[in-house]
Write a protein that binds this ligand. Structure first.
Ligand code: SF4
Ligand code: SF4
Length: 372
């Protein structure tokens, strides 16, 4: 694409397939672009609705208003040739921030099988088709980022993202240790502009860490309506929903079926789920995921958005390390919760499943920049 640099590093050397029986991305209610509406208006006049959520858009209807897309039959798309652009783009996400980057959605089990098409070639084709939308988003993002950096300079909190990322990359394995995360979170509150070099190994206050993890996880799994709750597609292709209720301090486990009905599978007091340290092979896969997050423009955009929301009180490095710590804590808590309900453990399998559960949620995180 002339004059438009796109970072494909996340998809380089990867493969992607869409195994039968999944249908997870058909729960996401993809937007229908203006040029795609005609087919649905003409052939399926009742299939277009306003999506739920804070920024509604025109989308395909869901079964019973809370299940999968109405066109998903037997976990297969009934309008495959005419499916919207966003269905075609999945599991690739084009993020336009300070630069354009293609990210791979690790909630899609088809990217873990190491089978299928070459991900970079497929991503390039998707980018080619989305060129107009990308160029528009680049123009808009340019202005937003200039304003953001200006605000940072004025508040004296500007950092160097490349340097911050380098520090994380050198310390990626330490971020897999709950004690280290606890210390980082402590330091972000004390130090005006922190580095990771000065953080010593040692025990952390696990009670405090558990509370922080529980709070983060409860927040991300608290939804009044199950349609807005994150979904975890497990190894047997069940669509699991975990709904946290802050008032009762409980978390309910439900499974959504193909007709849009929910069946309760279990319930637990959130205080009974304790964050646990991953096993060595769990740490290894978590470290790889941290390295991916650390290179994602959307993650940086998320940190910047938090800095903006808190009035530029925090130094950029503090905000970045704090946000990464909270993210890892959320994943570890989810792994502990999946283990509690399903016995997935804290090894490679348990942490992988927690990442699969977590990775799609970032699409809803506020960010400076945008997915196109
Ligand atoms: S989430 Fe991935 S594997 Fe599942 S239906 Fe979508 S593309 Fe296919
Ligand atoms: S149109 Fe097809 S691919 Fe898109 S969400 Fe509906 S069933 Fe899934």
């Amino acid at each position: 694409m002339a004059n438009l640099e796109v970072d494909y590093s996340e998809v380089l050397g990867k493969k992607a397939e869409c195994p039968d029986g999944c249908g997870l991305c058909c729960l996401c209610q993809p937007e229908v672009l203006a040029e795609e509406r005609h087919f649905f208006e003409r052939e399926h006049s009742r299939s277009l609705v306003r999506s739920k959520g804070p920024e509604p858009y025109l989308a395909l209807a869901l079964k019973k208003g809370k299940g999968s897309c109405v066109f998903l039959n037997g976990r297969r798309c009934a309008v495959y040739e005419n499916r919207p652009t966003y269905c075609r783009q999945f599991p690739y996400h084009i993020y336009v921030g300070d630069k354009v980057k293609v990210e791979l959605d690790l909630s899609c089990r088809g990217v873990w099988t190491e089978k299928g098409v070459d991900a970079k070639a497929e991503a390039e084709e998707i980018v080619r088709k989305a060129e107009g939308r990308i160029r528009r988003a680049v123009r808009e993002a340019g202005e937003v980022y200039s304003e953001f950096y200006r605000n940072c300079r004025e508040a004296g909190v500007l950092g160097d993202p490349a340097e911050i990322r380098r520090m994380v990359s050198e310390n990626a394995d330490r971020f897999t240790d709950p004690a280290f995360i606890g210390k980082v979170m402590e330091m972000t509150l004390i130090e005006p502009s922190m580095t990771l070099d000065g953080i010593k190994e040692g025990p952390a206050d696990m009670d405090e860490l558990n509370d922080a993890a529980m709070e983060t996880a409860m927040e991300s799994m608290a939804a009044e309506d199950p349609v807005n709750a994150p979904v975890y597609c497990d190894e047997e292709w069940n669509w699991n929903i975990f709904l946290a209720d802050g008032m009762s301090g409980r978390i309910d486990w439900m499974v959504l079926d193909d007709e849009g009905d929910l069946a309760k599978k279990g319930s637990a007091r959130t205080s009974d789920i304790k964050i646990r340290e991953p096993d060595p092979d769990g740490k290894e896969i978590l470290k790889r995921y941290i390295s991916i997050l650390n290179q994602r423009e959307s993650f940086l955009g998320n940190v910047f958005s938090l800095m903006d929301a808190t009035g530029y009180e925090d130094d950029m490095s503090n905000a970045y390390y704090g946000c990464l710590s909270t993210t890892v804590l959320d994943i570890l808590w989810r792994a502990s919760m999946l283990d509690h309900f399903m016995g997935t453990g804290m090894g490679e399998r348990g942490i992988r499943e927690a990442i699969i559960f977590y990775d799609m949620d970032r699409l809803d995180a506020p960010a400076i920049g945008a997915f196109v």
